[in-house]
Write a protein that binds this ligand. Sequence first.
Ligand SMILES: [Ca+2]
Ligand SMILES: [Ca+2]
Ligand SMILES: [Ca+2]
Length: 289
Amino acid sequence: MGIAKIKGISTTKSFARSCKELKKKGVKEDGLYYLSTANGVLYQTFCDMTTAGGGWTLVASVHENNIYGKCTIGDRWSSQHGNSAYMPEGDRSWSNRVIFGTVEAATSDDYKNPGYYDLKAQDVSVWHVHNDAEVEHWKMASILRYHTQTNFLHLYGGNLYYLFKQHPVKYLAGDCNKDRGPSVPIVYDLGNEETTTNLYGPYSKAQIVPGFVTFRVFNNEKSAMAMCSGVKPTGCDTEAYCIGGGGYFAESSYQCGDFTAFAWNGYGTHAQWSVARELIESAVLIFYR
Ligand SMILES: [Ca+2]
Ligand SMILES: [Ca+2]
Ligand SMILES: [Ca+2]
């Protein structure tokens, strides 16, 4: 992709809108590519051209920069304004068009590009990649990778932006047992049901079924979370195995933040409700196809 192309007038029409489109044009290598939105906004992101036929566009990463900071700076996928019932939706990043971060820093901070709301996709792929890993090492630095193949996004407007409009990540917007969003079966590209379960705290085992990705759930106190990666909840202490969220956690402010209550019983202790250290120290990369 030459800079000259970017300078030209109305050349944005010559840019692909997704990695899937690039794949169809014959591009086969994983790496960074320029894409254009329907409105002609250019951005650069990573294309996974090899997993399960390739054509996956990276649209976001959820990164925890400070698990001790409870809905403080850097908690863009929950709230940067403290644990507050006055902000039931927190920063609203799951359902707005605010973008942030850069592709090369997607494992070092939160990332969201226009593809998150612009692409019309069918499925998601998720990579948990060690913090600070460089783009060319992401695949090797993953602790878990999986994708869906049911075309479920088609039922929710074609991407997560529209899914979360239908299923707001909002305190008091629903009930744990009645109002869970979709749980979609996954196919593992790295890891399996056992390794997934073992990433979460031992107490969580009784409340999760591995082999799914779930969107928008509530806990016992009706606090909202956006995504349960690799699992389907069967219980209501969802703050122990689901990430992102609204801006208010009624049980304790210690649950408020991008990685919620992942350190409830200590940082990386993997005891009781606490997740494995490698899970806290990995960013969650979200792709569409
Ligand atoms: Ca935090
Ligand atoms: Ca964050
Ligand atoms: Ca709880």
